[in-house]
Design a protein around this ligand. Sequence first.
Ligand code: PLP
Length: 396
Amino acid sequence: MLSRKAQAINPSPTMTIDSKAKEMKNQGVDVTGFGAGEPDFDTPAHIREAATKAMNEGHTRYTPAAGTPEIKETICNKLKTDNGLEYKPNQVVVSNGAKHALFNALAAIIDPADEVLIPAPYWVSYPELVKICDGIPVIVETSEVNKLKTTAEELEKYCSGKTKALILNSPHNPTGQVYSEEELRAIAELCREKGVYVIADEIYEKLIYKQARHVSIASFNEEIKDLTILVNGVSKSYAMTGWRIGYTASTPEIAGAIAALQSHTSSNPNSIAQKAAVAAMQGDQSCVSEMRRAFDERRRYIYERITAIPCLDALEPEGTFYLFVNVANTFRKSYQGKEVSTSDTFAQFLLESRKVAVVPGTGFGAPDYVRLTFATSMENIEEGINRIEAFTGDLR
Ligand SMILES: Cc1ncc(COP(=O)(O)O)c(C=O)c1O
């Protein structure tokens, strides 16, 4: 018999659609995939070389459970340079990707029945991670008027005596929106007033476009910094999703709890990947700008093409590599006699008929939307949009 906890957890829908598309591809079907949540670029050469060197020099044994002194020092320098934040190495814990870091953060502060505010749309794993930690996800509605971003006023309505934390993601997956400094300051003030922790997921920090600027909520004052568990990593910025290096920065007390927890669950993250991540963070950053430039070009193209399709609308992304597309105008239309009733059926019919994989918004708490990634080649984007256009043209 499975535990009640295991039974309550849903598998990640983004991974599900991605594996379905990959399975179809393996069977020889010509699928255009907009599902993946990872850069299509290879990890830059100097990072791969650092890993080879690490292996050859014998960095193949256990490291301290919370990461090597070298990587923790490197992360402290990064946080100082990029975010104006002073952390000491004992405040940093390096984990197996940002997802693991998020789990650790929640496990360190959540008691049974504690409430965690999660603005919707949200990254699919947040509610599940909260449930795994015996907390209660409290989904906070947002509006299109504010580009699906939450506000301090809205959040306050959802605060109760049991509110322990807020999970805040900027730049945001799946909407591609970036919170302004002013918006973050208001949210920080509310959290400070209420004594609510902020789990700040900044994994897309370096993927921002146009005038958008990334500001860390922890940077406003010491009080909000003490309430913040900052989560970041190298997966998205350096095309290192498979290497599994993420981290938290928090108070020494929380970091100590996270380190103890990790020492009994996974021990250290991969020793070679730690060396590679050090090379990524310390090395020449032009690889990041090059990838960002390519993403930006695709971003402009995909946004223009999709919003030109009559029954589709989208928020212009300011960050990440996602376009969040409102497909509600296709609902109640039919495809070969079958009604498009939700974004799930939209995605299903699109995959079946035109072999295009998109992620339905249901798993993100946004059933009127589908998510398209532009972390795929221009050629794929062009072909995929042609097919989406043809599909929407077939709807009656
Ligand atoms: C918002 C957000 N946070 C965290 C992660 C996890 O990152 P990692 O691959 O480092 O575990 C992702 C990955 O898709 C993400 O989109």
